[in-house]
Design a protein around this ligand. Structure first.
Ligand SMILES: Cc1cc2nc3c(=O)[nH]c(=O)nc-3n(C[C@H](O)[C@H](O)[C@H](O)COP(=O)(O)OP(=O)(O)OC[C@H]3O[C@@H](n4cnc5c(N)ncnc54)[C@H](O)[C@@H]3O)c2cc1C
Length: 435
């Protein structure tokens, strides 16, 4: 039987799947997207001369493949930047990442950070760390954990690190040696560590150009098609506009947790339980246009302390000269929330504004010229202790039915834009090579 691929969702994973099916393998496909535009999380909006992405979206390249592909699709469009990222706590700025940059903090804290990592490194390791909390102490020692890692992770994930596993850390939390910790205790001149030590951003316009660059090379994108039913037996999907589509293979990049509500067939109890066990945190993103130049000279800043409502701020005008009107600034504010720590509804924007003044970013006389919000329901999947079991149970079941969950929400994993593009390539290869 000849293959017919249906792709649900036109974010970067869906677009990359289509691109690779069309440009490598010529397998017939259609993409269906619920909204009126493509790009998913990697979208941008232009308002009053400000370009706002859906929260901060910077490109990092781990693979030559994606770097080459993006440069082919968008020749000369991206600029590369050396990260200028900081942490603000105890009224002091320290360079990111904290574990290699305690310079500026009180001497007693620096001492505890150094002694802590020395002790951790000299300890014999018997077994892998079961919780994120154990992992942090094992890798960084008690000082670094106490003064940054624990409070920041608690604030970001909204649940104590004891309830989480460290499986997502490999690509995102750089490890350090003693030499780096000691250098960074005495000087600001330290080695740039981690996956995001450099980043790429368009010279003009927003991050949506990446998704847009795929479209001329792809056919059959149908927007305003929200999938509402999935029949595993007849291999058909139905949309909210009454249309249907049949498939031999279905690539689903829509949130994994939502499949339980649209599968019309009876699903085994253990799979149902696994679906109900999936957890996530949401991100409330407030984008602000400010009537003053350079409210900060930094790219982004982490805020581990609870007195600030946000866990991070970023400054798009420092990624590109062309995302704010001349002489103005923009800030993206990120607040995480979940069932464990609901969003403070009324008055949140006022609190954010006050906190921006408290943090020394805004002045009381600054004017907010424009603002835009993105309430991102599935911000980050929560790596709790049932995560691996639940995701495996669901994905095994779906694959038996020729459903290929892919992407950040689709495959339910911590993923970058580059990872999403790679994921599209992998899934297209899997399907083409006999999947
Ligand atoms: C707050 C935040 C900040 C981030 N920052 C960065 C960063 O700085 N750098 C980086 O590289 N990555 C970043 N990422 C990750 C990056 O955005 C994602 O990895 C990537 O965009 C995921 O693409 P995707 O196609 O898998 O998912 P999505 O972009 O979520 O696409 C899924 C698509 O499915 C559609 N859809 C949903 N339900 C249905 C339905 N029922 N029917 C039809 N269509 C449906 C959606 O509308 C959407 O278009 C960030 C993510 C978040 C949440």
């Amino acid at each position: 039987m000849s293959k017919k691929v249906v792709i649900l969702g036109a974010g970067l994973t869906g677009l990359s799947t289509a691109y690779h099916l069309q440009n490598g393998y010529t397998v017939p496909y259609s993409i269906y997207e619920k909204s009126g535009h493509i790009g998913g999380l990697a979208c941008s909006r232009k308002i009053d001369g400000f370009v706002f992405d859906c929260d901060g979206h910077l490109l990092h390249f781990k693979t030559e493949y994606v770097k080459k592909l993006i440069n082919k699709l968008l020749p000369g469009v991206l600029d590369v930047h050396q990260r200028n990222a900081w942490i603000y706590s105890r009224d002091v700025y320290t360079k990111y990442p904290f574990q290699a940059n305690t310079f500026g903090l009180p001497a007693a804290i620096i001492k505890r950070c150094i002694l802590g990592i020395l002790k951790a490194k000299s300890r014999k390791k018997n077994r892998p760390e079961a919780t994120l909390s154990d992992w942090l102490k094992e890798k960084f020692g008690k000082g670094i954990t106490k003064y940054f890692m624990y409070p920041y992770n608690l604030k970001f994930w909204t649940v104590p690190p004891e309830q989480l596993i460290p499986d997502w850390t490999k690509d995102y939390v750089p490890l350090v040696g003693i030499r780096e910790v000691i250098n960074g205790a005495f000087s600001l001149k330290t080695k740039a560590l981690g996956y995001n030590s450099r980043f790429w951003y368009p010279k003009r316009g927003g991050i949506d150009q990446i998704a847009d660059a795929f479209t001329p090379r792809i056919n059959n994108i149908k927007t305003q098609h929200k999938v509402t039913e999935l029949d595993l037996k007849s291999k058909t999907v139905c949309f909210n506009n009454g249309k249907t589509a049949a498939f031999t293979h279905l690539v689903s990049t829509i949130p994994l947790v939502e499949l339980k509500d649209i599968i019309v067939n009876k699903i085994p109890t253990k799979v149902k339980d696994a679906f109900y066990g999936l957890k996530y945190i949401s991100i409330f993103n407030l984008n602000l246009g400010i009537n003053r130049e350079k409210v900060s000279d930094k790219h982004w800043i982490y805020y581990p302390e609870d007195k600030f409502s946000f866990f991070r701020l970023g400054f798009p005008m420092n990624f590109s000269d062309n995302v704010t009107p001349k002489g103005k600034s923009s800030v993206y504010v990120e607040v995480s929330y979940s069932d464990s720590k609901p969003l403070q509804g009324n008055g949140l924007e006022k609190k954010i504004h006050n906190d921006l003044i408290q943090a020394g970013i805004l002045r009381p006389e600054d004017k907010i010229m424009t603002q835009q919000t993105n309430d991102i329901k599935y911000g980050y999947v929560l790596y709790d202790h049932n995560y691996k079991h639940n995701v495996k149970t669901i994905i095994d079941f779906l694959k038996q039915n020729n459903i290929y969950p892919a992407g950040r929400c689709g495959a339910w994993k911590y993923m970058s834009m580059e990872d999403a593009i790679c994921e599209g390539k992998s899934v297209s290869e899997l399907i083409t090579n006999g999947g």
